[in-house]
Design a protein around this ligand. Structure first.
Ligand code: C2O
Ligand code: CU
Ligand code: CU
Length: 575
């Protein structure tokens, strides 16, 4: 945690050499098992020596333990909020039911505990967790609340890969923090403090053999372009949600907000060498947060230029190569995992997501707020309804002057193309974040399996946390058409057809009931969106709901002369 800034002035005042003391890279403790306790708490941290800054962390002052999960295991996570704010905790990248996902609807009030339980269905990869309360995500994550998740599976275990945590398998949470006058200050654009696992000027000694780095971009807005100061070629082996088919040799790894990449370094025979993991900001294309310029129209905010990291190459981690371990991994497997992208021909639905500034003009183009499909996020609006089991293509078009990292909850997707071109091999794996460049378009394909809930939505959003908090987010329900409504003939029966309704008109019939009744249509959040009275007849009543947005609804019949009790059933509009 300590670092000392030494200025050694030589006799010639023209030459000042600045040496910075290095800080040992902290390795977050591991936590595993079927019951995992996490406590969100207030703390303090010395990013600079002698300057204690108020922070948030899980089970400590900053960041959190690394959660290790095995595919197929059951886990209960008990998240206790001892902070003064309300919060949530989201398992970023994990495929879980919406009520266990920790999105903005799963609030954990101060002094309470939230305990989701689920089966781990994910493939071996690097995931993470962080708060996700609407409007508070940037504040709580930037103040320090975030941790890594490692999922293991049999396919990964069968490979000869480095997996001794903290020795040849190294978690790297890469962040830049806006620290101004002894405080974490959001929305200043002055994220000038580079921290790796929470410390500045981080250094680590790695063994002279194959080493795995699990890189996570946990920054609020900066994109990294990772590479090594000695120019060495490394091999990327995993994307957000799983191993690649084969290692990809690279000298640069692009890593935008929320993304993960696992890379292998071959340090064999390099004992004694010292080099740096760098971010090459000077090579980022303009229009990317962290590049030299984010506007082609002269509207880049002044603070952006004041931030010396933008457009610059800077150090993320100093690596000293030490002696090899007793049983080192010395070769890199040629093949890794079976990667099965979805077939474009299987997609039954294509959805469009278009980013535009809320305020037109050069400043709005860069600073936001940014809308998706002409709207900002609202807690009680369901933007999309997806049918369980369907394969969909999402086309994401960015009509703004900066690139946005687009993240989808629930699923892992495959990127079909970016600006019409196939993506490079290191992106041809399972992904949950994709970079959508300024004035660019990306298409992704995915399938919505396993979890449907007509009430609790999943999120999609920009992972620049300020944009997300400002409303660059939407929500979707996954609904199971076979579980909604009741088949005719059963006892408590309200029959609705067609379901889903593709033209907005719906026929309903309450089995065995005749006479007057009031009907009410409720949306997914329970608001009444339509109501009237009708005279129930055997053939049924047809109502026109084409003025309602697509989504899942509940139809309720209240007793009048024709009904002895309330009937209710769910249906979907998809018109
Ligand atoms: Cu990493 Cu919706 O979040
Ligand atoms: Cu997520
Ligand atoms: Cu954004």
């Amino acid at each position: 945690m300590r670092s000392v800034l030494l200025s050694i002035s030589t006799i010639s005042s023209l030459c000042t050499v600045t040496l910075r003391a290095q800080n040992d890279l902290p390795i977050p403790p591991l936590i595993s098992g079927s019951n995992i306790d996490l406590q969100l708490q207030e703390g303090s941290w010395e990013f600079h020596p002698g300057e204690l800054i108020e922070t948030y962390g899980y089970n400590g002052d900053l960041l959190g333990p690394t959660i290790v999960l095995d595919q197929g295991q059951e886990v209960t996570l008990n998240v206790t909020n001892t902070m003064p704010d309300l919060t949530t905790t989201h398992w970023h990248g994990l495929h879980v039911a919406p009520e266990h996902d920790g999105g903005p609807h799963s609030l954990i009030m101060p002094g309470t505990t939230w305990s989701p339980s689920f089966t781990v269905l994910d493939k071996a990869s690097t995931y993470w967790y962080h708060p996700h309360a609407h409007g508070l995500t940037d504040y709580q994550v930037t103040k320090g609340a975030a941790g890594m998740i490692i999922v293991r599976d049999a396919e990964e275990a069968a490979l000869d890969l480095p997996r001794t945590y903290g020795v040849d398998d190294i978690p790297l949470i890469l962040q830049t923090k806006p620290i101004v006058d002894g405080q974490i200050m959001l929305h200043t654009g002055l994220d000038t403090v580079v921290v790796t696992n929470g410390v500045r000027e981080a250094q680590v000694t790695l063994p002279a053999q194959i080493v795995r780095l699990r890189c996570l971009n946990g920054s609020n807005e900066r994109t990294f372009l990772l590479g090594f100061s000695n120019g060495m070629v490394f091999r990327t082996i995993a994307t957000d949600g799983g191993l690649l088919a084969a290692p990809v040799p690279l000298t640069r790894q692009f890593l935008t907000n929320g993304e993960r990449a696992e890379v292998l370094l071959d340090l064999g025979g390099m004992e004694g060498q010292v080099f740096e993991l760098m971010s090459y900001g000077s090579e980022l294309p303009n229009g990317t947060m962290g590049s030299a310029d984010v506007s082609m129209m002269g509207a880049t905010p002044d603070a952006y230029y004041e931030n010396g990291l933008n457009g610059s190459d800077f150090r993320v981690l100093r690596i000293t190569v030490g002696p090899p371990t007793a049983a080192p991994v010395t070769t890199i497997p040629a093949a890794l995992a079976l990667v099965e992208p979805y077939e474009e021909a299987d997609a039954t639905v294509t959805r469009q997501f278009v980013f535009t500034p809320e305020v037109m003009g050069p400043v709005g183009m860069v600073e936001g707020p940014i809308m998706i499909n002409g709207a900002l996020f609202e807690m009680d609006v369901i933007n999309e309804t997806v049918l369980l089991g369907s394969t969909e293509i999402w086309t994401i078009t960015n009509n703004t002057a900066v690139g946005h990292p687009f993240h989808i909850h629930d699923i892992q997707f495959h990127v079909l193309d970016r600006n019409g071109q196939p993506v490079p091999p290191q992106e041809q794996g399972r992904k949950d974040v994709v970079f959508v460049p300024a004035n660019g378009t990306v298409r992704v394909i995915t399938r919505f399996d396993d979890f449907a809930d007509p009430d609790v939505p999943y999120m999609y959003h920009c992972h620049i946390l300020m944009h997300e908090d400002e409303g660059m987010m939407g929500q979707f329900l996954v609904v199971d058409p076979n579980a909604i409504g009741e088949p005719s003939g059963a006892g408590n029966t309200l029959y609705i057809a067609p379901n889903p309704s593709s033209d907005g008109s719906v026929l309903f019939r309450a089995a065995g009931a005749e006479g007057a009744a009031e009907w009410v249509v409720l949306d997914a959040t329970g608001r009444t969106v339509a109501r009237s009275t009708t005279f129930l007849t055997a053939p049924g009543t047809t109502i026109d709901l084409s003025f309602l947005a697509n989504g899942a609804y509940t139809l309720r019949l209240h007793p009048r002369s024709g009904l002895a009790r309330t009937y209710q059933a769910r249906f979907i509009l998809q018109h």
